[in-house]
Design a protein around this ligand. Sequence first.
Ligand code: ATP
Ligand code: MG
Length: 423
Amino acid sequence: MRFLWNMAYRGVFYLGVYVNAWEGPKTYSLKQLKLNPKDFNARIADVALKLQKHGYDAYIVGGSIRDLLLRDGVVPKDFDIVTSALPQQIKKCFSRSRIIGKRFRIVHVPVGREVVEVCTFRGATPWLSWCFSDRYRNNIYGSIEQDVWRRDFSCNALYYDVKNANVVDFTGGVQDIKNKKLAVIGTCKARFKDDPVRMLRALRFLAKTNFRMDSSCQEEIKRQRRWLRQVSKDRLLLELTKLFNQGHAYASFKALVDYDYLGTLFSGYERLGIKIENYQQLFKSVFHAIDLKYQRNQRLSSSFLFAALLWPIFDTHANKLNKKTTYSVKKVIYRVLKFESRYVAIPGKLQEAIRDLWMLQFLLETKEKPFSEDRYRQPRFQVGYELFCLRAKHNEVLAEKAIMWQSQFESANTNHLSGQTDE
Ligand code: ATP
Ligand code: MG
């Protein structure tokens, strides 16, 4: 049935191309694009080749080709593969692979230390599809001619055929990348309504690539921001983490502020009427520090990111307290995290870590006596201390405290190291 439907769709599509009703796909050789097969991770390319050897269509797709064509130092970190093989068929080709995902069923194929995501071509949504659940509609499979229209932006809809070493472009993505244009596939309103996460993705790509976007689409992103509140909390957590975890955290933050997304995702910003300008310096330092970690290949701790992102909300509430005590501060933290996890999932373990980081800010501000030496060496203490130092950069009172803690912090680590060499 699926095969017949795909063939019929393909037939109509190429008939349309033949009679010039619409443009067909363009195929570029790697040479035309000034790319080299070596630009693609060889082991990942092998996954696509293996699928092709089993008789399936398989392509490397998505952000990796976009990033390679950008050529401004953005090195692709993840490669996605799309194929005509169904999840069960993919699984049969790779012995250690696993089918995962609720919203989209995808297959994780381990390649050395990495895991490659292999998806099946999504199909066009059939008539009466609104009668079915989202899960059903998201898992209708099709052919490349259908899959392309389900993708978000033209720059993300380029398919690299490993065997023939060429890139297939149905939507003018290559030209859009050259023109630095972020173009939605289809109409903005319909595509954003269909999946509001695409608005957040648009902000991510605008921040990452410095592309421009149609002003009507930009308006739509601003106007319809509240649609995001209907999206699954877990997806928002994932997208938000990606936004800050790819080396352009400050630009992403600015995009969130410019498009009024901060208050949409974390309603405390709106409710308390927090003025971002008052925290601008802190955010600048925090996000530059995060970007530096990315450049140095260091792991970004989500607790550090969220503790900083929600800091103004916690700070505003805490400043309203008549007396700051361990008990009253803990109560504020608990309330803030409860409210702010309304639209974006903040899982229990992450909440616990944020709680520790905020509590530590309070202790570092008020405590007179030193901590135990072990405490200084705890990774969470070090993360909390890093946040404190960033806050202290713009606050003289905190700066004095930071200097005081610095000497104790250093001597604890020196004692530890000398203890290790003595052994
Ligand atoms: P990154 O470099 O951050 O990985 P990416 O474009 O590869 O960016 P992914 O989240 O890895 O983003 O998604 C892979 C591809 O899947 C995208 O390039 C896009 O074609 C498609 N895609 C992902 N999310 C959506 C969505 N919400 N709507 C439509 N297409 C999507
Ligand atoms: Mg990707």
